[in-house]
Design a protein around this ligand. Structure first.
Ligand SMILES: [Zn+2]
Length: 334
């Protein structure tokens, strides 16, 4: 049987000038209309139609394939003999002899000989080329509120979020027996609460996106789901201020320690530590403690900056007041 020419534009019902958006929208509409599951009374015809539509979309939605297709003129039959897929024949597509329709089986092999001739080989040789059987689900973004301590520690955390899953009644088509699906009201998807274990990278930054493969919107027609992107939203911490991978903390210190030097206990994300205060430290002096900041993505940690804040004694006793006066007199005399 000679190879039959396929008018993909006619199949999709779009002009040759149609842009990607128009092609996609035409495909989406037709795919829903001709999904074999919603056409039980004319299943065979729907299978053929759906296959044609998928095949046309596979070519026209792919810029490279569309270019090849558009370049085919009246000499297409000669070109067919030398085309990359010319030796490739598909004698047994799903349409042959009552084969049960199954989306997962509808790969290139289900497509026409015309397709195999010009695009079958291409589809296989292009690494990472996404095969369009149905329509991949959309990528979904969701915010993930975290405390600074969560961000510091990282680790696995269980989250619940509302997502859309394919409607089990209509399988995403939105219709059952040519009538609007009751369960999803024609949307094709239903809201579902999903619980996921998310690995939060230690030191995650505010606004950083965590990708969860295939946890986004459901695909149509057996196509893979989209991805879910969780956007870290890190709340303010009562003690620490973050600057990149570094942390700032205010530390009250008595004037005696500032004047004479000594030790002060400061909080860190990993517990309290004693820090040496040099003598004659001014109020507001900043001490850098290496490696006590936030974990860095590539390993290691930022630093902790401790800002010393003088605590002036109040409610002095008579004796204390006398001594301070004496100190003041001495300072004047110097
Ligand atoms: Zn439904």
């Amino acid at each position: 049987m000679p190879v039959q020419y396929k008018d993909y534009y006619k199949i999709l019902g779009v002009p040759k000038t149609a842009n990607a958006k128009e092609v996609k929208s035409a495909y989406r509409k037709l795919a829903r209309e001709w999904h074999p599951d919603v056409n039980p009374t004319r299943k065979k015809q729907a299978e053929e139609k759906f296959k044609d539509i998928s095949e046309a979309y596979e070519v026209i939605s792919d810029a490279e394939k569309r270019k090849t297709y558009d370049s085919l003129g009246s000499d297409w039959q000669q070109r067919a003999r030398t085309a990359p897929g010319a030796r490739y024949a598909a004698p047994n597509g799903p349409s042959a002899g009552g084969v049960h329709f199954d989306f997962d089986d509808l790969g290139d092999s289900g497509f026409s000989e015309f397709f195999q001739t010009f695009f079958g080989g291409l589809g296989r040789s292009a690494p990472g080329a996404r095969r369009t059987r149905g329509m991949r689900g959309s990528d979904v973004e969701s915010e993930l509120p975290l405390s600074l301590r969560d961000a510091y520690a990282g680790g696995v955390r269980s989250i619940s979020l509302q997502t859309e899953t394919v409607c089990p009644r209509c399988h995403g088509t939105g219709t059952v027996d040519n009538k609007l699906c009751h369960q999803c009201r024609g949307a094709g998807t239903i809201p579902t609460i999903k619980t996921l274990d998310v690995t939060i990278p230690a030191g995650v930054r505010d606004g950083q996106r965590i990708r969860l493969t295939s946890q986004g919107g459901p695909g149509v027609g057996g196509a893979p789901s989209g991805d879910l992107y969780l956007i870290a939203r890190i709340g303010a911490d009562p003690a620490f201020e973050r600057r990149g991978d570094d942390l700032d903390v205010d530390q009250p210190v008595s004037v005696y320690t500032l004047v004479l030097g000594g030790e002060v206990t400061v909080p860190t994300m990993a517990g309290r530590i004693d820090v040496k205060v040099p003598s004659a430290s001014q109020n507001g002096r900043v001490l850098r403690i290496p490696g006590k900041g936030m974990p860095k993505p590539g390993g290691g940690s930022g630093d902790l900056y401790v800002r010393l804040s003088a605590q002036v004694p109040t409610m002095l006793t008579e004796r204390e007041r006398e001594l301070f006066k004496e100190l003041a007199e001495l300072a004047k005399a110097r």
